[in-house]
Design a protein around this ligand. Structure first.
Ligand code: F6R
Length: 243
């Protein structure tokens, strides 16, 4: 796409079409959602579609990819707060249908909460549409390089490069949590349709590796080459190193 805006509107319309189709069938639509800077324009467009074009989220169930750990749900950098501010406070989604890994989960019971998260996704019938950003190191969700193809929702240690990339959200790098809860690669790979978005020149090298080089757990996004319905949605700058 020529711009982040056009690519984001494309993804928002694909999501809206899926929500409407499921509505017509009397079914739930299960969305896998990302945070960070990349999807903000998608959420703005979904809110616009709700306000101006009657798109209802009444049949939507959501599962977010990840959250810092530990973090208060109301902290400025919390992905729980981000989702309320960017999307959930502005649409008619039923709060019981919203699922986000929680930075307030007790650490000694974290395995149980992570396993429950995967169970809830399965009970919802799996993810219909998953949206993903990509880290400069190739991470999807917070599945850092080396994450197993078979990983599930779990606590993970953030790479230093991720903490540096995300330091702008915090007052300084020492404030960036060292841990996060993330959906696993296996969980993501089970989604029926995946859109990975990347905007801007910083993402060009990792997009080239993920799309054109061999599949490796060192570039987690490259594993998407083995998924049968994934679309990379890029602006010109993020696509610049593709041959
Ligand atoms: C966020 C997430 C991460 C980001 C990635 C890119 O929920 O899962 O994988 O998508 O770190 O972040 P931005 O969009 O800020 O460049």
């Amino acid at each position: 796409f020529d711009s982040l805006k056009l690519g984001s509107v494309f993804i928002a319309r694909e999501i809206a079409a899926q929500i409407r189709q499921k509505q017509a069938e009397g079914k739930h639509c299960v969305l896998g959602l990302a945070t960070g800077s990349s999807p903000k324009t998608i959420y703005a467009e979904l809110v616009r579609l709700h306000r101006e074009e009657g798109l209802s989220f009444a049949n939507v169930i959501t599962f977010n990819l990840d959250e810092y750990f530990p973090i208060d749900n109301d902290a400025l950098q919390s992905y729980n707060r981000y989702m309320r501010e960017q999307l959930f406070n502005h649409v008619d989604i039923d709060p019981v249908n919203i699922h986000i890994p929680n930075g307030e989960w007790p650490k000694d019971a974290i395995k149980k909460f992570c396993a429950e998260y995967d169970n809830l996704i399965e009970q919802a019938g799996g993810i219909d549409v998953q949206i993903l950003g990509i880290g400069n190191n190739g991470h999807i969700g917070f599945n850092e390089p080396g994450s197993s193809r078979f990983s599930r929702t779990r606590l993970i240690t953030l790479d230093n490069s991720t903490r540096i990339a995300n330091a702008y959200e915090f007052t300084n790098i020492s404030q960036v949590p060292r841990l996060a809860v993330t959906m696993g690669i296996d969980t993501i790979m089970k989604a029926r349709k995946i859109y990975l978005m990347a905007w801007g020149p910083m993402k060009a090298p990792v997009i080239q590796k993920a799309v054109e080089e061999h599949v490796t757990e060192q570039i987690p996004a490259s594993i998407l080459q083995q998924h049968n319905d994934t679309v990379f949605v890029l602006d010109q700058m993020a696509a610049a190193e593709l041959t």
